[in-house]
Every structure is written in structure tokens, then in C-alpha cells.
Design a protein around this ligand. Structure first.
Ligand SMILES: [Cu+2]
Length: 716
């Protein structure tokens, strides 16, 4: 088969292809009887016999603040010093070995004898911010050993991607390097740069641009290595001029304006071509913005017109640790992982795990030798423990869920908890216009009690256990153990060929955590969710630009172990679409990370981005710097031969789901559809937009987003 064919073309030819192979291997391989729920490929630790619901859910405490500072002009700001380090954590149940991971932690605290000082954890402690009050953070890359030498990566780094590439030196950093023969994994010092996902109005110097990474200040960095990414020095100059901060070896200081509506955002690494590995190794945490005109205090009770009472408290700055009080507002990060029998994290060290392709690898072939197009872990980790439990009273709780998985779309399933009520009150952009009852008896059974969460999406929900009988209940997951493709009209998981995908393995990834329901210790003071009046939403202005964009997957032909040619994805891409595909076929053009900027809104412009998905899978699309409105979705026709897309004539546009109203920073773009979002781009600078399947984002499915003009002195 010709090089460069797409997976869709291949599927047309063979009626199967990469997806069939993947499912085939999961189900026991071609030629053998399919076995439902066979093991998801993973490490040497079998997840099935692992004891479940043996570890209490960790409620992350609040990150210690280094102190309050006064900015130029007299405004107050919160200041933190946070390092990322390597350490050992008991992620698996007691009796199993601990796991070496990375995580963030405070290295300075304003409080004397703070027990949270230097408490590095994965997920990391929660950063609490106040809307309108800036937060300044010195982010330190602490990935070095006690003797000062650098620590190599815990996971296999594929050096053939377009990645940070420190060994390339300043001339070839942030490139796709060339090799004379297929290289092994990179084992040098690890670059990092932290991104606060959902930080609205942040300047580009502080957004964690993928080429603004930096190595640890270790004693043994080879002299010819680049110590920083291409954009580090430019942003160092900007941040110095704007905030009077200095950056140095192994650290950078970022400032966040907290222009957000009160909302659940989060922070994680964003290094070019390494995000999938750096985040999998652990560094991520919640960042909660509170207060302001759309904060909790502005939520009213419709019965009285007075302030409503939301479930609380949440952990706060200065709380004792371990806590001496009960929390009724809890952030919950759900992540998939796989482990080896020695407790170490498992992540594929070869392309072969994904679809059996054994070559040809770069430079002779076109496949990267280690990168996998997606990774699905066979265990579920919640707030840093596999399958924990939470004891809950018969009352209301507020949970801020985050899907922090690699490639796995979650469908949290509360339907196994009779009597529970689940009301969603917020998403990435803060409160929804009105509460959404996910347990409404009028919902179809395949939707009732279920919460769809794409990668990086957040759901702020009130879960009411008042009418749940005492006992233990599992929070399930009925998303697929493979790429999500949207729903069939009957509500089952679409497989892209008219059939249905199986939901997650009920023995492992189909379970998330357990709730142990006990009697309430006091009357529930909180307002019933049906009576909550959420803060008003100010819609964005009318758009002046419509920007057609494409999601593209490039496939090729490799060899399997029998030497037979097999098809498989090479990389995922973004692209632009010419013309107006709403009326006539629009030709798409692939755009690589290194290609000139094409998404370049004017400062202040409001634009509708039409995201045409030409691939077989759903992609969770994230735009930095802004929150956006989901406008609608509409069916499209994809013509592979001519590389065109067109909206299906006469088709109806589907409005956003009720939980997608308000503002979002990540949206599910389903195959066979255009997904339209609207954003206003107010802050000039160099940002990114990308797919949040982290394996995709690391291999070309990310593009620069430049708001306004090219900046004097900027790289490139
Ligand atoms: Cu993607």
C-alpha cells in the first residue's frame, strides 16, 4: 500500500485495519474465539487479583503558599515555590510494592513547621486561587538525585518524534532529529514546563509553552545539550520586564491573573513531544479558582432568593494534615495506569504493543519505534491510589471530577448506586447556566446516571446519597477500553461501522472507586440541587471570523511479526480547511507543528472555530488562553480521495449537551462531525491548541495559536 494513506482509506480497503487489530488482540487475536474482557495489554502486574476498595480515597490537601507579595501598582498576589521531584508512593494497595513517580510539592511555606512542606505527591496538592488575585509560582525542575546528577526518565522516551530534544543543542532542540539507525530510548536529563490547564487570560510567558521547557540544574548536564527550549529565553525576558521576576537554571516563574470565573482547572507538564510520559509519571494537580462574580457566594436558593448552601468544606490553606475535619467538597482525579509486578509504572517501550507492528521504523521506515498512538492502562487510579473507597454519609457531596487519563474517555456510571442523585453544576468554565440532573428518570436508560467525560474535562457535581441505603457501591465506568467514537442513535458506544463497542472491562477499568454509605452525623444543611440558581452567564459577542480546521490521522504500512504488511497510524495531525465547507467541499491541508502559524486571531477578535473531524475517533480538543462556548455539531461528509470535507446538506446542527453550556476549555470532537466552538482571543501572544489524547498531542496533533502580531525578538 502506498505510503501516507489514511486509516479511513485503509479501512475501506480491508474492512478492518488497525482498529480491528487492536480489538482483535484484546479479544484474543484473529483466528481465536473472541473472549470478552480479555486482559488489556499492560505490564507484568495482573490487575484482576489486586485487592480493590482497600485504600481510602486521598483528599489532596492545599499546596502551602510561600507568602503574599505585593505587585507593582500595589495589588496583592499569592506566591508559591513548587518543585517537581522523584519519590516513592504507595499507589497500589498495601502489601504491594510502592511505585516510583514524580510529583509537585511546595519547597517553601509561610507557615512554621508546615507538615505539608516538601510533601510531593501524585496527584499533587491543590492550588487554591482567588478570582482576580494573581498567583505567582516559581516552578522548579527538581528531577535530580541527592548527589546533584540528573535523573533519567522513568518511562521510555521516543527520540524520533518532533520533541524537546535537548541533545540537539541550541541548533536542533525542538526538532524531529534524524538518525542513521533506529535509536533506543532517550535516557538523558528530563525537560519540563508546567501548564495550568484552563488559565484564562494568562500571558504567553507564563502559559507553559511546549518549547519553553528547561532541564534541572544538575551537575552533569552534557555541555552540548540545550538546557532550555527555544522560547525559554524570550519568555524569560518578557516575564522579567512585566513582573520583575528572574528565571535561572532549572526554574521559571510564571504568573496567573486568575481571570477565570470560579472553576476547577488543573496543572500538569506540557513539554514538546513528552507530555504523555511526563504526565503519566505523575506531575499533575488541581488548581481551584474561587470567588468573584461567578463564585459560590453568588449561587442562590430559589426558595428564598438568598444565598444557597453548597456542600463543603473543601480542604483549605492551613488545614491540619492528616485532616481533623470532614470534607464534603472533594476533587477527584481519575487516571488510568498499568504496573509491573515490582510496583513500577508500565508504559509501552515499543510500538509493537499497540498493533503488532515491528517495523520498518525510522529512519528506514516511517514508524516511530516506541511511540504508541494511544495508551489504555488496565488499572484505574483515583487521587493516586488504584480503586480507592470513600466513606460517605447519607447526604450531599460536591465532587470536582477530572478525567486525567491518557487516551481514555470515561463514562462515570452512578447507575449501580440505587437512590443516588447526580446533579452537574459546573464544567471547565465554572458554573453551568442551570443544574443538570444526570439521574432524571426521564432520561433514556443508557444515559441515566452516566457522566461522559473526555480527556482533561472537568465536572463539578453534587452527588446526593440521602436516599441511598447503607452499604457499599461501585462507581463504574462504561466508556470503552479503546478510542471513543461517539454514541450510536440507540445510546450504545459507536464502533464507527454501525455496531457497538463493548464498555470497559467490568473486572478492572469498568470500576472506578467505591462509596461506603453510612448514616449522616447531622442534618444536611445544603440546598437541594433543583433549587440552585447559578450565576448568570454573559455570552460572548458575535463572531467576526469563521475558521475551518481539520483533525487528521496519517496511517501507513508496517510489518507484523510474520512479515506481513499491516496498516497503522503514523501520527495524528491538525490542519486547515480552504473555502467554506458549509456550502461546498473544502480541501484540507495538513499542518505540522513546525509549519508557519495559521491560527492567528486578532487581539480581541471573537471567532468560531469549525473543527472538522476526518478521522475514525473522537478527539478532545483544547484551546489555551481562552474558554469557549460550544456552538453546535453537525454531520459532515469526508472525501478521502480528494481530501475534502463538507457539511451534509440539509442536515440539522445539534446544540451542545446541557452540561456543555456555559464555558469550556476542552470539547469532544466526534468523527463524522464538525464541532463548532466560539472564543474571544483577548491576550496577545504565542499559545497552542491541541488534542488532549496526550499520545496525539505529542506526535503532531498540536499547533501554535498566535493571538495578534508576531512579537519583536520572538524565536522563529
Ligand atoms: Cu487526538
Amino acid at each position: 500500500m502506498a505510503k501516507g494513506v489514511t486509516r479511513r482509506q485503509f479501512l475501506k480497503i480491508t474492512g478492518g485495519g488497525a482498529i480491528g487489530l487492536y480489538v482483535g488482540s484484546r479479544l484474543g487475536g484473529f483466528g481465536s474465539e473472541p473472549i470478552a474482557y480479555a486482559a488489556i495489554p499492560g505490564g507484568t502486574l495482573d490487575p484482576v487479583p489486586l485487592s480493590k476498595f482497600a485504600t481510602p480515597l486521598l483528599i489532596p490537601p492545599v499546596m502551602p503558599m510561600a507568602g503574599k507579595i505585593t505587585l507593582q501598582g500595589g495589588k496583592n498576589a499569592d506566591y508559591y515555590e513548587i518543585s517537581m521531584k522523584q519519590f516513592s508512593e504507595q499507589i497500589l494497595p498495601a502489601g504491594q510494592p510502592p511505585t516510583t513517580v514524580w510529583g509537585y510539592g511546595a519547597v517553601k511555606s509561610a507557615k512554621l513547621n508546615d507538615p505539608l512542606l516538601n510533601l510531593h505527591n501524585a496527584p499533587s496538592l491543590t492550588i487554591e486561587a482567588k478570582a482576580g488575585t494573581p498567583t505567582r509560582i516559581k516552578w522548579i525542575n527538581g528531577l535530580k538525585a541527592a548527589n546533584g546528577s540528573y535523573l533519567p526518565h522513568l518511562l521510555p522516551v521516543d527520540p524520533t518524534l518532533h520533541w524537546a530534544n535537548p541533545p540537539g543543542g541550541t541548533s536542533a532542540r525542538d526538532t524531529r532529529p534524524t538518525f542513521a539507525s533506529t535509536p533506543g530510548p532517550y535516557t538523558g536529563p528530563v525537560p519540563m514546563v508546567t501548564h495550568v490547564h484552563g488559565a484564562v487570560g494568562v500571558r504567553d510567558d507564563s502559559d507553559g509553552y511546549a518549547e519553553a521547557w528547561y532541564l534541572p540544574n544538575a551537575t552533569d548536564i552534557p555541555a552540548d545539550y540545550a538546557r532550555q527550549g527555544t522560547w525559554y529565553n524570550f519568555f524569560k525576558g518578557k516575564a522579567g520586564a512585566a513582573y520583575g521576576v528572574t528565571w535561572g537554571r532549572g526554574y521559571a516563574t510564571f504568573q496567573y491573573p486568575n481571570n477565570n470565573r470560579a472553576s476547577t482547572i488543573w496543572y500538569h507538564d506540557h513539554t514538546l513531544g513528552m507530555t504523555r510520559l511526563n504526565v503519566y509519571a505523575g506531575p499533575a494537580g488541581f488548581y481551584i479558582v474561587r470567588g468573584g462574580p461567578a463564585g459560590d457566594a453568588k449561587v442562590l436558593d430559589s426558595r428564598t432568593g438568598m444565598a444557597a448552601v453548597l456542600p463543603g468544606p473543601a480542604p483549605k490553606q492551613g488545614d491540619k494534615f492528616p485532616p481533623n475535619k470532614k470534607y464534603y467538597e472533594i476533587p477527584i482525579a481519575v487516571q488510568d495506569r498499568a504496573f509491573n509486578a515490582d510496583g513500577s509504572l508500565f508504559y509501552p517501550d515499543s510500538r509493537t504493543l499497540f498493533d503488532g507492528i515491528i517495523g520498518d521504523f525510522l529512519p528506514t521506515g516511517e514508524y516511530s519505534p516506541i511511540w504508541n498512538p494511544e495508551f489504555f492502562g488496565n488499572t484505574i487510579m483515583v487521587n493516586g491510589n488504584t480503586w480507592p473507597f470513600l466513606t460517605v454519609e447519607k447526604r450531599r457531596y460536591r465532587f470536582r471530577f477530572l478525567n486525567g487519563c491518557q487516551a481514555r474517555v470515561l463514562i462515570l456510571d452512578f447507575a449501580q448506586i440505587p437512590g443516588v442523585e447526580v446533579w452537574q453544576i459546573g464544567n471547565e468554565g465554572g458554573f453551568l447556566p442551570s443544574p443538570v440532573n444526570h439521574t432524571d428518570p426521564a432520561l433514556p436508560s443508557l444515559r441515566r446516571g452516566r457522566l461522559l467525560m473526555g480527556l482533561a474535562e472537568r465536572a463539578d457535581v453534587i452527588v446526593d446519597f440521602t436516599n441511598v441505603a447503607r452499604g457499599s457501591y461501585v462507581l463504574g465506568n462504561v466508556g470503552p477500553d479503546e478510542p471513543f467514537k461517539g454514541f450510536n442513535p440507540d445510546g450504545t458506544l459507536a464502533d464507527g461501522e454501525g455496531g457497538a463497542l463493548p464498555p470497559a472491562d467490568t473486572a478492572t477499568t469498568g470500576q472506578v472507586m467505591q462509596f461506603k454509605v453510612v448514616p449522616a452525623v447531622a442534618a444536611d444543611p445544603t440546598t437541594p440541587p433543583a433549587n440552585l440558581v447559578l450565576p448568570a452567564i454573559t455570552p460572548l459577542p458575535a463572531a467576526t471570523v469563521t475558521r475551518p480546521l481539520a483533525l487528521i490521522e496519517k496511517a501507513g504500512t508496517g510489518l507484523d511479526t510474520e512479515g506481513e504488511p499491516v496498516d497503522g497510524p503514523i501520527e495524528a495531525l491538525l490542519g486547515t480547511v480552504a473555502g467554506n465547507p458549509n456550502s461546498t467541499p473544502g480541501v484540507w491541508t495538513e499542518r505540522m507543528w513546525m509549519d508557519p502559524v495559521t491560527e492567528n486571531p486578532s487581539v480581541g477578535a471573537t471567532e468560531v472555530w469549525e473543527i472538522y473531524n476526518t478521522t475514525m475517533d473522537t478527539h478532545p480538543m483544547h484551546i489555551h488562553e481562552v474558554v469557549f462556548e460550544v456552538v453546535n455539531r453537525q454531520p459532515i461528509a469526508v472525501d478521502e480521495a480528494n481530501q475534502t470535507v463538507q457539511v451534509v446538506s440539509g442536515s440539522a446542527a445539534t446544540p451542545p449537551e446541557p452540561w456543555e453550556k456555559g464555558f469550556k476549555d476542552t470539547v469532544l470532537a466526534n468523527p463524522g462531525q464538525v464541532t463548532r466552538v466560539k472564543a474571544q482571543f483577548k491576550t496577545p501572544g504565542q499559545f497552542v491548541w491541541h488534542c488532549h489524547i496526550v499520545e496525539h498531542e505529542d506526535n503532531e496533533m498540536m499547533r501554535p495559536l498566535r493571538i495578534g502580531r508576531k512579537q519583536p525578538g520572538q524565536p522563529g
